[in-house]
Design a protein around this ligand. Sequence first.
Ligand SMILES: Cc1cc2nc3c(=O)[nH]c(=O)nc-3n(C[C@H](O)[C@H](O)[C@H](O)COP(=O)(O)O)c2cc1C
Length: 495
Amino acid sequence: MSLPLGNCVVPLDFRMTAIEEKPASATAAPNAHGAPPANGAAPSSGALLGHPEGVVLDVPSAIRTRRTIRRWSDRPVPDEIVKELLECALWAPSACNMQLWTFIVVTDAQTRQSLGDAVPFADKAQVCIFICYDTRFSEGSHANIQSASAAVMNMLLRAHSLGLGGFWQATIHDRQKLRETIGLPPDMEVLSTTLFGYPAENPSAPARRDPSHLVHWQRFDPKFTLPSSPDPEDWRLEQIADYQQARIRAGPKYNKPIKSEYEAVRGYLGHALRRTGAKKVLDLLPCTGLYLEAIAQELPEAELHFVELGKQVASFAQARLAGRNATYHEYHGTIDLPDGSVDAATCVFRLENLPEADRETLLREAYRVVKPGGALVIAHINRVSYFEPMRLVRRALGRRDVQYALHTDPSLGPFTALTPGEVDDLAERAGFRIEHEHRVFPLPPEDEAKHRVRTFHNAVSALQYPISAAYRVTRPLHPTIKSLGKIRFLTLRKP
Ligand SMILES: Cc1cc2nc3c(=O)[nH]c(=O)nc-3n(C[C@H](O)[C@H](O)[C@H](O)COP(=O)(O)O)c2cc1C
C-alpha cells in the first residue's frame, strides 16, 4: 500500500494486510433525509457497538453513532488495526498539506500503566495515541491544531467503524511526566490524547444543543450567544437555561459535591423542613438536583415539586430521585401553582445564579405559593467570608470566565456570593420574616481546600496542606468567628 502525495509516492509499510469491509448490516436508521431523530438526540449507539468485526458503517451512520468510550475490555487491539487508524489519520486534510503532526503510539502495558496518573485513562485503554505538533512552525490561524484535530476525527470514526471505542481527551494532569515518559523534545507539544480499545460500555448519545442557537445563517446573530462573564447581571434567564442545559449534558461527573458542604446543607435542610412539619415542598431551581435528592431522602413522605428553567435540566434532576416523583414546573418568572399551595419552599445556592431583578421575582413568587405560616429555607454563599478572596485569587490565576465561576453545587453558570444584608433585604421585601439564621465554615475545610486547587497541578495545588492545617488548628475558634461562615442558612416564615 502506498499513499500518493503530489508527484511523489510515499510507501506506507504499516498498512494492515487486509481488513474485510462488507456493507453494514446493522446501521441505525436515520430518517429519510439522513437527519437525526426530531428530538435532536443522535440515534442510540446500542445496536452498533456489538456489530460484527469487519463490518463497516456508511459515513452518515458512523458520524451519528460514534460515542466517546471511556471503558474498554482487556482484549488487545491488533497492530494492523492501529496502523489502519494511523493511515486514516494521515489522510486527513492539513494546512498546505504540510502534515506537521506527530503521532506517538503507546501500546506497551507498562508504559501505559506508568502514565495513568499523568493522563487519565491511559492505563485503562489498550492504545494511547498522543498527537503532537512542533511549536517552531507557524501557529497562524491555529493551522496545526486544526489539522491535527481533523486527523483525530478520522481515527475516531474509523475506529468506530471497526467496532473499537475511541476517546478524545484534552485533560492531561501532568504534562511534564508525560513529556518525559514519551521522550518529547522541548519544541514539541502534545495537543491531545486519543485512547482506543474494544468497548466495555454502551453509552447512549448525549443530546446535542438546539441547532437554532448554534447556526447563524449569512450573518452572526448575537441573540443566542452566551456571555462569558461570571456576573449574573450580564445574563438573561433563558441564557442561563441554555448554558445549564449544555453543561448538564456532560453528566454529573464535573459536579461532584464537596462532602463537608453537602453534609452541612443536607443536615440543615432536613432539620428545618422537619421542624416546619412540611408535607408539600417546592424546591426552587434545583439545577443538578443534588439537594432535591437530599430533600427526597430526608422527607420520604413529602409531596415534592420543583421549578426549573428548562426540560433537560429538569429531567436530569428528576433522574436522581430513583423512582421518587417530583412534579416539574417550568419557570419563566411565574410559578404555575396556586397561592398558598405549598407548606415550604427551599432555595439552595441558586439566588447567586440570578440577576438581581430575577432574584426578587423568584422570592416574591415563592412568597405567593407558600401557605400563610409556611416556610422558605435558603442556603446561600456569604460574600463576607473567605469565598470572595478565594474567588479573586482564582481569577488572578486565570480562572476568570463563566466556566470557572466559583459556583457551588448544585449551581452551574454565572455566580456571585451575596451579603447577608442583600439576602435579608430580598426576603423581607418579598414579605417573609426571618425566623432562624445559621452560618458554617469560617475557614475552608480540608476537602474544600483540596477541591479548589485540584485543577492547578502545580505549586498552587500544594496550598491545600497549609489551608487544611489552618482549618484544623483554628477549629476551637470557629464558633467565635462564625459570622464569617461561608455558607449561610435562613429559615423564613410567611406571616
Ligand atoms: C477536544 C475534546 C476534548 C475532550 N476532552 C475530554 C476530557 O478531557 N475528558 C472527557 O471525559 N471527555 C472529553 N471529551 C469528550 C467529550 O466529553 C464528548 O465528546 C462529549 O461529551 C460528547 O459525547 P460523544 O463524543 O459521545 O458524542 C473531549 C472531546 C473533545 C472533542
